[in-house]
Write a protein that binds this ligand. Structure first.
Ligand code: ADP
Length: 478
């Protein structure tokens, strides 16, 4: 019966970089949202204008007023979108972005104020649209700045009514004008409306700014807690590394005593004792390997939450070096290691030379370790397009049972057939592979048939060296 090949694709995605600059991201998304919403408002005004021009409006509205608003808002919105394009990707220009938002608000206030006038001021609830800007201002600006904006909104919303009352601009009404005439004739009615609107605006500002202040406070507390967690995690990792590192020295000493005994420097040992000493030596090697892996893994994990300098690395150079080492360890057990990528021209990816070495060292060591003596064969091959490169490490070894395929990247996990075949493993090699794959924004796929062999394929994005050189000069890390 032909054994079925099982395949697993692992893509842990690129690393999330956490920054404390949440409001910059929010500013950008709000500014974009604001621009998009304005296109909607322009559409609404266009529809309003068409209805007015067709004489379908239930009141006396002038289509020219809508046309003025559409032209004004479209031209300013295009301008905001063009300016924003240069600012959105650049966090250092946060201040300019805030100015852009402020500018957008005052542009909208002008348009809204005109619309309020065109629609008869108190005859329609159009002034309520100013509230949307007050709410947004309390989220995006400091409390006192948003109060200034709320005050400005109030002035813009009520100015047409006051100017009409003062006789500076002609009175406009969308109905028969009787209500407007009555209000305009009365100081109390006009200013009663103005101050009542002011009260509503300030109340709305107070309510939203209270809620948004407490949300902002929570957000800061969360951010602080997150930073604290990273700090604690770093300290814990550091102390694990130190403690584990300290274990290395006593084990190295024990090993040298074992060699002293084994090699007969303290007199010839009885045959049985010689065997025991050999076994102690093997266990000592295992523990030392485990310690090295734990230190390495802890270092990699601390990089996931902090930072790693990514430079262009020639993947072919890494493979050549690791394949050479693979040939040496393979020779001892008469296992063939073939590097089909040997004569490939350089392929650059963004990453860390040392970590990439660790990644392929683990895959190649595993391939050799889980092959059978004399008949084992490991093949390293690559496939590339102009954008992606895939490196495969394939062996004809013991294979991985299907039910274990989703566990092999877990810490300390070892398949039963692997434990029986090779006792020196730590179950941490593929955990390191996983961390390095994540750090490089790569993905890994595993295909295996028990008893027939396994294939690990890692896929990276190729870096455009011409562009890299233009950006950063000629430096590469290899
Ligand atoms: P180990 O030190 O045990 O090799 P790894 O984390 O590198 O630890 O691998 C985890 C487990 O995945 C191994 O114990 C083995 O069961 C399985 N494995 C990894 N690579 C291979 C391979 N090439 N062939 C067969 N099994 C493998």
């Amino acid at each position: 019966m032909v054994e079925k090949k099982h395949s697993f694709f692992y893509d842990w995605g690129s690393i999330t970089t956490y920054t404390s600059d949440i409001s910059s991201q929010e500013l950008v998304s709000r500014a974009k949202w604001f621009i998009n919403m304005r296109w909607l408002a322009i559409l609404a005004c266009t529809i309003g204008g068409v209805i007015a021009a067709a004489g379908l409006a239930p009141a006396r509205v002038n289509p020219v007023d809508f046309a003025i608003i559409v032209v004004f808002l479209s031209s300013t919105n295009l301008l905001y979108a063009c300016i924003g394009r240069n600012l959105f990707g650049d966090k250092s220009r946060r201040r300019e972005l805030q100015f852009l938002l402020l500018w957008q608000m005052f542009g909208d206030f002008t348009a809204l104020s005109f619309l309020t006038y065109a629609l008869g001021c108190i005859e329609t609830p159009i002034g309520a649209l100013f509230m949307a800007h007050i709410i947004l201002a309390t989220i995006l600006f400091s409390r006192w700045h948003s109060l200034i904006i709320a005050t400005a909104a109030w002035i813009y919303a009520t100015l047409p009514l006051v100017l009409e009352w003062a006789g500076i601009i002609p009175m406009r009404s969308i109905f028969d004008g009787r209500f407007k005439l009555m209000v305009n004739a009365s100081f109390g009615a006009t200013f009663g409306f103005v101050f009542a609107s002011g009260g509503v605006f300030v109340f709305c500002w107070y309510l939203v700014s209270e809620i948004s202040s407490s949300l902002k406070l929570r957000e800061h507390q969360l951010e602080d807690a997150y930073q604290m967690m990273i700090k604690i995690d770093k300290e814990r990792t550091q102390s694990t590394i130190v403690a584990t590192h300290e274990l290395k020295a006593p084990f190295a000493a024990i090993k040298s005593y074992i060699y002293t005994l084994r090699d007969g420097y303290c007199g010839k040992l009885p045959e049985k004792a010689q065997g025991v000493v050999e076994r102690i030596g093997d266990r000592c090697d295992q523990i030392t390997n485990r310690i090295t892996d734990i230190i390495h893994l802890s270092n990699l994990r601390s990089l996931v939450v902090t930072d790693m300098r990514m430079v262009p690395v020639d993947l072919m150079a890494v493979l050549a070096e690791e394949a050479r080492e693979g040939v040496l360890i393979g020779e001892a057990r008469k296992i063939q290691v073939i590097n089909l990528a040997e004569y490939y021209p350089p392929i650059y990816i963004l990453g860390s030379y040392q970590h990439l070495k660790t990644l392929f060292s683990n895959l190649i060591h595993n391939a050799v370790n889980y092959c059978r003596e004399n008949t084992g064969r490991v093949v390293i091959s690559i496939e590339s397009t102009s954008k992606k490169v895939a490196v495969s490490v394939q062996d004809n070894g013991i294979g991985i049972p299907k039910e274990n395929l989703d566990k092999i990247f877990d810490d300390h996990f070892r398949c039963k057939n692997a434990i029986a075949h090779y006792s020196g493993g730590t179950g941490l090699g593929l955990s390191m592979v996983k961390e390095i794959v994540v750090l490089h924004g790569a993905s890994i796929q595993v295909e295996s048939i028990v008893g027939r062999g396994s294939s690990f394929t890692v896929r990276f994005d190729i870096v455009d060296m011409k562009q890299e050189r233009n950006n950063h000069g000629e430096h590469t890390d290899s």
